[in-house]
Design a protein around this ligand. Sequence first.
Ligand code: SF4
Length: 392
Amino acid sequence: MYNVGKVYMIEKHVEQLLGEALLPIYEKVITNNRLSFDDGVLLYNSHNLTGVGYLANIVRERMHESRTYFVRNQHINYTNICNKFCKFCSFYAKKGGPTPYEMSLEKIKSVVEQYLHHPITEIHIVGGVNPRLDYSYYLDMLKIVKELRPDVHIKAFTAVEITEIARVGKVTIEQALRDLIESGLDSLPGGGIEVLSDRVHQELFEKKIGGDEWLEVARVAAKLGLKQYATMLYGHIETVEERVEHLIKLRELQDETGHFLCMTPLSFHPQKTELEHIPGQSGYNDLRNIAVSRLMLDNFPHIKSFWIMNTPEITQLSLWYGADDADGLVQDYEITYKEGEFGNKKQYLTYDNMRKMILEASRTPVERDSLYKEIMRESPTASAQAPQKISL
Ligand code: SF4
């Protein structure tokens, strides 16, 4: 593209790739202008996914060049007992579904000890809303993790859990967060609202907190200096317009607080949920949600492709559609149902396979901590290691 005064000469191949419909968005992207609600809807409705991905990749490379981040993390899902009964959820214990469990503090200690020999830098803790757990359980859980691994970053509790913790402790959200921070909490994973839409809330998860409460938890977290992640669950009953509204609400909140580090679009998996009649998501939609998130969330530093939900293969492609983060090695994740694996849902990548996954996509792997600081290790550098076929 040539900039002659205020006149932009667009190269022929770019014009052909984008077509007439996407060219106005191209102009906004290359001049760093914010996209509108209508732009977001157009990006979702465009048949030209390659063009949408091309636009997202411009932003991705402007912000991160070829760098692709990942973290060495462990997940702890401390209970699957939950009184919210969300229709899209396959995780909570129910008849014909997973057997109920609730980890004792001793059990938490043992699952942390299990990986003490791994150089994990982040422990990600979320669970169901289990009314049998008392306030001290949550605080003690964090203290135990920090006692065993003082250097690890604890990312824990969605806004739904934070609200429950405050309720059982009979304290305000702010006081609950202060107590959790004192016990070891470092950041919030940010899930729990799925899509910021009253209609979707009413239809799919009415027992859970609504958008206003979710936003309040985020604002209090920002005030207390916590960093936070954000998500969007797509592919259930939400409309394209509701997705775009969700992204714009997150963007506005980020303008206000600046405390979000990353956005993760999460692909809805209908198996073993009350919405099994809805077809699962395609790679096509997964890539589009990554790309549109990158383009709409101009104030979010990072966009993540969560390989557990998107598959490692789509995650490789997503690195050219706006994603700059492939999440982590992920030990012991329990939330998403995988066919035939109830009771044995070990899903993880080795360090080498994560690097291979990124290298094979011709991107540069960068191990990061939870705040996106690069971690240097003695292993070979990204450029020194030749790409190999992944065997997962
Ligand atoms: Fe409970 Fe969370 Fe599942 Fe809803 S999504 S039922 S709050 S575990």
